[in-house]
Design a binder for this molecule. Structure first.
Ligand SMILES: [Zn+2]
Length: 134
């Protein structure tokens, strides 16, 4: 039992849909729709520097979102950063659980101590014996 076993199936699976970049037409359509403003903070989108306008998936692909235009929005760099960080952390964690890559799983794979069958790993193999006085 992992704490994430209650997550909906979509949360535990790799996204089936690959991220697609917006076409010029889609990008333009979003710009008009959003009046050249960030979809989150409403700030004017800054086109004076590269990578200041980020297209985001409103519903992440990993959570069953798609590449359709109505699932896309333009964010300023700051908002995009916040959105990605917020989503990536629980996603990476649930992915690790889904793939059996938790710390506990790794320990078990090494034959190390687990909660059920605890082996005393001390002293580690190949280490020097502790000298005791006679
Ligand atoms: Zn913003």
């Amino acid at each position: 039992m992992t704490p994430f076993s209650s997550l909906p199936e979509a949360e535990q699976k790799r996204p089936a849909v690959k991220r697609k970049p917006l076409t010029r037409q889609q990008f333009g359509a979003l710009l008009v729709k959003q009046d050249c403003r960030c979809a989150k903070c409403g700030g004017k989108l800054d086109f004076s520097k590269p990578r200041q306008v980020i297209d985001e998936h409103l519903q992440p692909l990993a959570d069953g979102g798609n590449n359709d235009l109505d699932n896309r929005a333009l964010y300023c760099a700051e908002c995009a950063k916040g959105k990605t960080v917020k989503e990536a952390t629980p996603r990476a964690r649930s992915k690790r659980y889904a793939e059996g890559r938790t710390q506990a799983d790794k320990r078990a794979a090494r034959g190390g101590s687990t909660i059920q069958g605890r082996k005393n790993p001390w002293p580690p193999k190949g280490s020097r014996k502790i000298q005791t006085r006679k």
